[in-house]
Design a protein around this ligand. Structure first.
Ligand code: 6PG
Length: 230
């Protein structure tokens, strides 16, 4: 396991944005496009706002995909796309990235999951993940069918909390990705962080373990459970 990057609460967003910017620069080899999938939720919002302001990044060569989306219109405050648009896309100056939106407001989520799976590249360069207090990552919830899915790259799923209906990329997509970066902030997530990074056990029980070997950017609260006990 790579050691997680532990940053102080005050500079969490800066450390995370710098890490993502460097990962994008590292992935930009031989002028080929850089493919990045972004999670939603509240934690990455300030990180995306800082990332979007990075004028040294080759934005016009970046293709942005979504890790997951809630079944709401893109204008809904709960839309992950809406958050990415307002925080990251709005901050980019000049020619921006190409955004591949999950259209989870569509009636037929199965059809949209299939359409989106055909848009995803064979291998994403970078995936930005979050972690819920229950240990979910992407919209792969503990014990769900979605976390067990191996055949499809995008599936409809149901979250325990509203908005219930969602689309999510699946474990095979995450396992093939070049770099997984999990962003976690807040003491309320510290137990889930500990279970994901230090405990062994089935991924189905704690989906955050999918990213166990990736890079974790934690604030001091989220890292609390990793401290050695006296
Ligand atoms: C979503 C996400 C989800 C998120 C975690 C953490 O749509 O909710 O993409 O997987 O990363 O739930 O969310 P917070 O950052 O809001 O705690």
């Amino acid at each position: 396991m790579n050691p997680p990057i532990v940053s102080a609460a005050e500079d969490f967003a800066e450390v995370a944005a710098d890490y993502l910017a460097n990962a994008i620069l590292r992935a930009r080899v031989s002028n080929r496009p850089v493919t990045v999938a972004l999670s939603g939720g509240s934690t990455p919002q300030p990180v995306y706002a800082l990332l979007g302001r990075r004028t040294d990044l080759p934005w016009s060569a970046v293709h942005l995909f979504q890790v997951d989306e809630r079944a709401v219109p893109p204008t809904d405050p709960q839309s992950n796309f809406g958050m990415i648009e307002k925080s990251l896309l709005a901050a980019v100056v000049g020619v921006g990235p190409t955004m591949w939106r999950m259209q989870a407001e569509r009636n037929d989520l199965q059809k949209e999951a299939h359409r989106y799976s055909t848009l995803l590249p064979a291998r994403l360069d970078l995936v930005v993940l979050g972690l819920g207090s229950d240990g979910h990552t992407a919209s792969l919830f503990p014990g769900s069918d979605a976390v067990k899915e191996r055949a499809h790259r995008v599936v409809p799923t149901r979250a325990p909390d509203p908005p219930h209906f969602r689309l999510t990329i699946t474990r095979p997509v995450l396992e093939r990705a070049g770099t997984l970066v999990t962003l976690v902030a807040g003491f309320e997530k510290s137990r889930a962080v500990r279970r994901a990074l230090l405990e062994t056990g089935p991924v189905e029980e704690l989906p955050g373990r999918i990213a166990q070997a990736g890079v974790w950017v934690l604030d001091s609260g989220a890292a609390e459970g990793l401290a050695p006990h006296p």
